[in-house]
Design a protein around this ligand. Structure first.
Ligand code: ZN
Ligand code: FE
Length: 251
């Protein structure tokens, strides 16, 4: 399978996977037009849409795509019922798209019903994990998002994390402020600044890289804990996550 990113709306990416036969799937189409152009240009035949959560910037293009391609299967969690979903998925489900197995993981935090889809090496995690950061907690708790991060962190190191927004520079700026002496973060921050200055995409990212540069994956790191004000490790690791998220909210 071949991965493509489509820039959409303000700072969204709509992801597609296609096979050699020209069949494709579309992830979180927040709008239809850029997807239709890509399909037409490549003469791709869409087979399915995967939805991670109910927000408009992820589902806004579903109706138009289904009008154009009436046979589409639209997979999504319960919270996307009524947004065009015709196949409800839940934690632990396996679905077959383009002949490949995708496992559905419940990843609440940004929204309560948020799911992620994994078919090695591809992870479509919507607004759960971003490169260098995590989604805003609109509906869930820090503890829920922390647990969602543990689910993602259990995947193989060479997983390609396909996030739904270009937030990398803002996240790395935050990480660099929190942990200024961290060589890996500093180096990556400068690399991302260069990429974004040229308006280039910073995704997908690799899980093994995120383990180094994403502070939300380093909640067990006692040095990091000290940097954000914990003199001793808190009783629960999610409390470190909560403090990081609070700091990012007001950054
Ligand atoms: Zn969202
Ligand atoms: Fe979003």
């Amino acid at each position: 399978m071949n991965l493509t990113s489509i820039p959409a709306l303000q700072d969204n990416y709509i992801w597609t996977l296609n096979d050699d036969a020209g069949r494709c799937l579309i992830v979180d189409p927040g709008e239809a037009l850029p997807v239709l152009s890509l399909l037409e240009k490549n003469q791709w035949q869409p087979e399915a849409i995967l939805l991670t959560h109910h927000h408009h910037d992820h589902v806004g293009g579903v109706a138009e795509l289904c009008d154009r391609f009436p046979g589409l299967t639209v997979y999504g969690p319960e919270e996307t019922r009524g947004k065009g979903t015709n196949f409800i998925v839940a934690d632990g489900d396996d679905i077959t798209v383009l002949g490949n197995k995708f496992t559905v993981f419940s990843t609440p935090g940004h929204t309560l019903g948020h799911v992620s889809y994994f078919s090695f090496p591809y992870l479509f995690c919507g607004d759960t994990m971003f490169s260098g950061g995590c989604g805003r907690l609109f509906e869930g708790t820090p503890k829920q998002m922390f647990e969602s991060f543990q689910v993602i962190n259990a995947l193989p190191a060479d997983t390609l994390v396909c996030c739904a927004h270009e937030y990398t520079l803002s996240n790395l700026t935050f990480a660099h402020t929190i942990d200024p002496d961290n060589a890996e973060i500093t180096q990556y921050y400068h690399k991302i600044r260069e990429l974004r200055a040229k308006n280039q995409i910073t995704l997908p990212t690799k899980l093994e890289l995120e383990r180094k540069i994403n502070v939300f994956l380093r909640t067990q790191d006692t040095e990091l804990q000290k940097l954000i004000g914990f003199e001793t490790s808190p009783q629960h690791e999610w409390q470190v996550f909560a403090t990081l998220r609070e700091k990012k909210d007001t950054f």
